[in-house]
Design a protein around this ligand. Sequence first.
Ligand code: ZN
Ligand code: ZN
Length: 408
Amino acid sequence: MSNLLEEARRYFPQLIAWRRHLHQYPEPSFEERATQAFLFSTLSSLPELRLKTAAQTGLIADLITNPKGPWIALRADMDALPIEEKSQHSYRSQNPGYMHACGHDAHMAILLGAIHLLWEQRTHWQGGIRFIFQPGEEKAPGGASLLIQEGILEEVPIQAIWALHVTPQLPVGTIGLRAGPFMAASDEIYIKLTGKGGHAAYPHLVGDPIAVGAYLITELQMVVSRATDPRSPTVLTFGCFHAGTAPNIIPTHADIAGTLRTFDEESRQYLKRLIHTVACHTAANWGLTAEVKWFSGYPVLINDRFLTTLTHQWASALIGSEKIQEVPLWLSSEDFAFYSQKVPACFIRLGTAGDSPQTHFPVHTPEFDISEEALVIGTALLTHLSLQALRFLGNPRSTFERPSSERE
Ligand SMILES: [Zn+2]
Ligand SMILES: [Zn+2]
């Protein structure tokens, strides 16, 4: 047991207060103004921090002990979800219709805690740490992509980035790691099938978008089972099918919408082209036209293998190797993926399931809550990883960059 856990525990009442304040005032994606103001005023008490706003509602805090030293980054997301909270807690949401149901309140409190601990330890490390409070994780195009466009990974030479995410599937006290592809790329597809429309008794004269749509949905599952490398998991789900007004009318249109989840960029692009082609050909075969639109979501999140190995080693020294699980592929997506395309990145699953039944509800549900003990673990972990990483990079021959053959 490192005493960093004890150091973080000193902050436990403060971590709870920060988290509960943020939990009470959730704001939707890209509207995190009160959240930004709260973070700004909280961090203004640390004079060495350089603060600046980014992507309108985001906040960047730089702590530099040696301008010539190495740089790393830590990220917390800020936005809440349009969900009405079901809870009797004193700290339940005070903003009707919105809730921190993905735990981003906890991520911000943990990052505030890590900033304070690293500030206290500032004579013990050399370099710079960029703390990124990022808006709009839950909404395309994702705050990460906006911050990267603003140059936040290049203004200072960031060599690695970490983030953690609350995870009710893991017990509090544990963390989950996975090297390589971790969370899915996600894209939305919208297909409009169009025919002439007409009397239900004369289908041979008009083309039927409902029958063809039903056939197309089934046929597109062949794309998943027959045109995809079975070693790279793929999901194609259609969640919408809208057509028709009456039992005896063949409608002119059918609108179908779905989501594609993939785990590598090559198959993602190949499947998008193939699905487009199959939809157009199938429609044409049956006398219809198909209009296909893709709405691109987040890319696949790749945990750099070398950085994840080091993260595992360093985290073991803090919490014990028995508290670290290898977790399976995650089919949801995360805009932290954009950072992972630019610099070595590691996304960590932080266990938050405790004694209370509410801490076992999944994220994005109105009952969701966390065991606040996880705030201590998260704060100690981000602090410890930062100290270890900067010590590692302090050796001029050490780098996280690997030859491309060793990276994902
Ligand atoms: Zn979420
Ligand atoms: Zn989230």
